[in-house]
Design a protein around this ligand. Structure first.
Ligand code: ATP
Length: 194
């Protein structure tokens, strides 16, 4: 089975595109969603997170997001440490998930596919793009957040120019119907070349 990596900056429309693939029958794995689940249900990972951040990391079995967000916001090294715990757990979970799928290819959506080096494990990479101001507007609306916080996250990600040369397909996600058609065309191509 082939692995198709799907990535793009915050607010570009990765999840929207992933859902279009799903509607065509392609199994999709959303790394961010699975990471959040693993942080709650994977005991080994939970223990490591507690060892790193203390007992306040969990409250009634739920991840204390505010507490952890506060700590990693103040200390980038701690964010690295957290990522170093979560990424291997997600990689292992993804491996198991893939082995349970029955399809020509699967789509793995990850915001940091390039930044983590995970793109090297993919057979094909799809990059979703949208104009920066449009992305900021979408995220402010979706998350009810501020421009400053969105920009902070954008600065932590690679610029699109750096990602483009490493991508096999680029989806310019402005007009949603065009995006849907493009996904359908890419699916046909992938089914034929893979
Ligand atoms: P993140 O990195 O934060 O997970 P993402 O890249 O997965 O973001 P989405 O969640 O798919 O992005 O899209 C961000 C928001 O923009 C959503 O509310 C979505 O409905 C909306 N959106 C996606 N594509 C378009 C589009 N072409 N036109 C207008 N709105 C869009």
């Amino acid at each position: 089975m082939k692995i198709v990596g799907l990535t793009g900056g915050i607010g570009s429309g990765k999840t929207t595109v992933a859902i279009f693939f799903k509607a065509l029958g392609v199994p999709i794995y959303i790394a961010d969603v699975e990471a959040k689940k693993l942080m709650v249900k994977n005991t080994k990972l939970k223990n490591k997170i507690t060892a790193l951040f203390g007992l306040d990391s969990y409250q009634n079995g739920e991840l204390n997001r505010k507490y952890i967000a506060n700590l990693v916001f103040k200390d980038p090294e701690k964010l690295k440490d957290l990522n170093n715990l979560v990424h291997p757990a997600v990689a292992e979970d993804f491996k198991q998930w893939v082995s349970a799928q029955n399809a020509v290819y699967v789509v793995k959506e990850s915001a940091l596919l390039f930044e983590t080096g995970d793109y090297k494990n993919c057979d094909v990479v799809i990059l979703v793009k949208a104009p920066l101001d449009e992305r900021v507007k979408r995220v402010i609306k979706r998350d009810n957040t501020s421009r400053e916080l969105v920009m902070e996250r954008i600065y932590q990600q690679w610029p699109d120019e750096k990602k483009e040369s490493l991508s096999d397909y680029i989806i310019e996600n402005s007009d949603i119907l065009l995006t849907k058609n493009l996904v359908s065309n890419i699916n046909v191509k992938l089914l034929n070349i893979i």
